[in-house]
Design a binder for this molecule. Sequence first.
Ligand code: PPE
Length: 304
Amino acid sequence: MPIQEVKKIWMNNKIIDWKDAKIHVLTHALHYGSAVFEGIRCYNTIKGPAIFRVKEHIQRLHNSGKIYMIEIPYGVDELIKATKELIRANGLNECYIRPIAYRGYGEMGLNPLNAPVDVAIALWPWGTYLGEEGLKNGIRAKISSFQRISPNIMPPNAKATGQYINSILSKIEALKSGYDEAILLDVRGFISEGPGENLFVVKDGIVYTPPEYASILPGITRDSVIKILKDMNYEVKETDITRGFLYLADEAFFTGTAAEITPIREIDDREIGNPGIITKKVQERFFDIVKGREKKYEGWMDFV
Ligand code: PPE
């Protein structure tokens, strides 16, 4: 998706012009994927722009850094403050926010520990990930022949750039095969998640989603959707899901910051839902929350 340029980027504690946010070709992270990042959304609510669960996202950035021993020289609150300043500097009401902490320039080779850690925050307007049409009517997914990274290959609960080369393989395969998105299985053969989304399935009124040990990234949208569903009195089961169970599902949907809540209308050419009723309900509730129309969840919105 082409990037929509804005005015400013935050880089190592300075707000600079978009065109000046450059790195050297021998940046460690470019060669070895030694960076951790986040994806966050700011929504234009009825009370002005607010960032959805920003604290949880920045905390996860720090957690990813801890896993890879990338010491981030800015605390959670500092990065939240910087993000808000940057949104204001760009005069935006709604945007996608991409903080990244990366091993910078100065060392080559696989020992990353002496390479500097640089931090940047970029943001830009980013519409829905899998298309407006997909958000409304659902997308077509394909089970990938590529397996999701497993705990002793790379920690799936970290959001490190290098891990996404696995997601990219599955994405290319799905697109080249004529589908919109991939679904990856974990090392045991159970359903894990999409290349950049968590997965939910509905069967006989009960909602199922793979557990953390199914090699998922523990999504913040996933966590929110579980809470929303429980508040709506639906039963949610975090349990192993098989491929056959998916084919017979009544409904399925992806969740993620970029994807928001995207219905899945077909998996491996088996029709499921159209989009289903629970999918629609939770999607509606989610957009009410992020637009600031649900007082009960206001704690999830951090005003800019
Ligand atoms: N799984 C993966 C692998 C993943 O990358 C994401 C976010 C999720 C689940 C959902 O997590 P959360 O956003 O906390 O609900 N994927 C980000 C990157 C997308 C991209 O293409 O870049 C995102 O949605 O921002």
